[in-house]
Design a protein around this ligand. Structure first.
Ligand code: ADP
Ligand code: MG
Length: 460
């Protein structure tokens, strides 16, 4: 085994190699606070400041490190990263950029706003335009809206935590920020903090790195309302989950409001610590769904009005049919149309809209019951004859129920007619099946995905 200074010298040589293989920012961030602790047969032990460095180096830089070791005559099969306390005399520590000094260094380009990321003020990250007033309430979001309203009136009181989940672009961020805006409107001194879970993670890493963990923890634990968007991203990251757990408990105990959003319900977030999961469902969990046609029309109208455009109904309906699931995309489509109108100084019209966005894949007028049944069978890879048969095997019943549901939702067929299409005499099964699917759609994102997938095939 080699002695400290030898190892240091050796490591400096290896670092020299590593340095030229990556950006300066990455090098300073990940390698300046490392040390070679041991060299064995085909393996080395590298000291790192904490477990974040360890995982980052293991996941992203292991080949870089092994290659550089090999180039310096240290044939290495495996590298072990070990958390290590750097004393002020070690080489590694001397090279650590001080937070103040980093401003002029390349680190800044790697991690923007490094210098002030820990001295943030409250009332952060909230878009003033995301208010309750600018939010259109309709099917799919009305329960979430009501809960957010209630929370904004008496934060920390009833629904704590408030957990909203749903697909992309359906208004989660808008609604949870609306709570923040409303609370601030009522009390401009309220400490309302909005953060995405990724930001939270990044700040946590920085806090550890610059030894500001108590500032970090204190900041979040002092919030009156803490809003964490897209919480699903902390799953699988142990240290930050632990930190969030403590933040959560501190706030909950002090009766401060916590609001969380996610793309799926807590039970479906994999690698989420059990104790967090149970806390997330300890308040109220609300599912947000794609707004229906009428609500989408109202959203388009309100967005157009806010930009002083008056849209004819045919344009509104065209757009609302054109983009059905993601309101962000819907807004994007509208913005494209309005931008062209502004450029050409013309009024928005259906022909302009279709020329900007393309002809609409309109719902084929001739969509038939047969097509729906066939598409469901095909989706589940079973023969149509099975769907129409009297058999009650599980793998046949589900596709049949989906077919019934879609015959109702897409063709508005009567229950007896639906039963008849599926070769059944009694229509009560159709009523039960459709009710069951309608109810489960509210709570089961997988079911929604299946329906969306089948519809996509139907209207493709
Ligand atoms: P998510 O966070 O669910 O992905 P966002 O909150 O970012 O979605 O919403 C995407 C865009 O759609 C935002 O610009 C938002 O203002 C708008 N939006 C979504 N739902 C509504 C609604 N019901 N009324 C008005 N705007 C909405
Ligand atoms: Mg969002």
């Amino acid at each position: 085994m080699q002695q400290g200074t030898d190892l240091d010298r050796l490591w400096q040589a290896v670092l020299g190699d590593i340095e030229i293989s990556m950006s300066q920012g990455n090098f300073i961030t990940w390698f300046k606070r490392t040390a070679l602790l041991e060299v064995g047969e085909g393996s080395v032990v590298i000291g790192v400041p904490n477990v974040f460095f360890k995982t980052q180096l293991e996941n992203k830089y292991s080949t870089t490190v092994i290659d550089a070791l090999k180039r310096n005559n240290l044939p290495t099969e495996s590298v072990v990263y070990k958390t290590h306390t750097f004393t002020s005399t070690t080489q590694a520590e001397e090279n650590v950029p001080k937070p103040e000094a980093t401003q002029q260094q390349t680190l800044m380009s790697a991690v923007p706003n490094q210098s002030n990321s820990l001295s943030h003020s409250y009332r952060r990250g909230i878009n003033a335009e995301y208010t309750f007033d600018s939010f259109v309430v309709g099917s799919g979001n009305e329960i979430a809206y009501a809960a957010c309203r209630a929370v904004s009136v008496q934060p920390g009181d009833k629904y704590n935590p408030l957990f909203l989940y749903g697909g992309v672009g359906i208004g989660k961020t808008h609604l949870i920020q609306a709570v923040g805006n409303a609370v601030l409107m009522e009390n401009p001194r309220a400490r309302v903090v909005y953060v995405t879970s990724e930001q939270f993670l990044q700040e946590f890493v920085d806090a550890i790195r610059f030894k500001k963990i108590s500032d970090f923890a204190g900041f979040y634990r002092n919030a009156d309302v803490l809003i964490v968007d897209d919480i699903q991203f902390i799953a699988g990251k142990d240290k930050v989950q632990e930190e969030f757990f403590h933040t959560f408990n501190a706030l909950r105990q002090a009766k401060k409001q916590i609001i969380l959003s996610s793309d799926k319900p807590p039970k479906d977030i994999s690698s989420l610590e059990e104790r967090l999961r149970s806390r997330f469902v300890g308040g109220v969990t609300i599912d947000m769904q794609t707004p229906d046609f009428e609500t989408r029309c109202a959203i388009i109208k309100s967005k157009a009005e806010s930009r002083s455009f008056n849209l004819d109904n045919d344009v509104v309906e065209y757009l609302s049919n054109y983009i059905q699931t993601n309101i962000r995309e819907l807004e994007g489509g509208l913005n494209k149309i309005l931008a062209v109108c502004e450029m050409r100084s013309v009024e928005p019209s259906l022909s302009l809209a279709t020329s900007v966005l393309g002809a609409l894949n309109t719902r084929p007028k001739h969509l038939s019951a047969k097509q729906i049944i066939e598409t469901c069978a095909k989706h589940f890879q079973i023969p149509v004859s099975d769907v129409l048969s009297p058999r009650r095997d599980k793998d046949i019943v589900a596709p049949r129920q989906f077919a019934m549901y879609l015959l109702r939702s897409e063709l508005k067929l009567s229950f007896p007619k639906i039963a008849q299409e599926l070769g059944r005499k009694d229509h009560t099964t159709a009523i039960h099946s459709i009710n069951k699917i309608e109810q489960e759609l509210h709570i089961d994102p997988e079911l929604r995905e299946i329906i969306t997938a089948i519809k996509e095939q139907l209207y493709a």
